[in-house]
Design a protein around this ligand. Sequence first.
Ligand code: DAT
Ligand code: MG
Length: 148
Amino acid sequence: MEKTFLMVKPDGVQRNLIGEIVSRFEKKGFQLVGGKLMSISQELAEEHYGEHKERPFFGELVDFITSGPVFAMVWEGENVIATARLMMGATNPKDAAPGTIRGDFGITVGKNVIHGSDSPTSAEREIGLFFKEEELVDYSKLMNEWIN
Ligand code: DAT
Ligand code: MG
């Protein structure tokens, strides 16, 4: 089953949005298979956002993501990578539709509440960066029969 890496960013944690965000993915029908509150080191931040190394906002991005705890998660479900991106909304909250997480809770691109993997390749890479194999739990819920 497809898995993705999602993370409530430091602004989302400070604003008490962990529960709201987890709740949206639970209600959608996706399954939480791993989650932890953690601080991101400078090294992990630079690795995670490596694709943006040359961008002018890279320093700001790394400073922000290491500025406070984040809530890192792995979610599982059919098409969860693309669907989670839709549920997050556009990168810049000013372009994110109402009803999406960024559309409902964000205002500026710097502090956009949530991160989500953008492809199967990045999902696998990011899950591996943040979680050990033994931190992911394989289980099934009877509820799945009513969703799929
Ligand atoms: P996303 O988080 O939607 O995958 P991204 O990978 O293009 O977006 O960029 C990663 C993060 O970098 C994004 O969530 C917020 C920040 N960012 C992106 N574009 C920016 C910009 N033009 N100015 C400042 N921060 C930016
Ligand atoms: Mg991205």
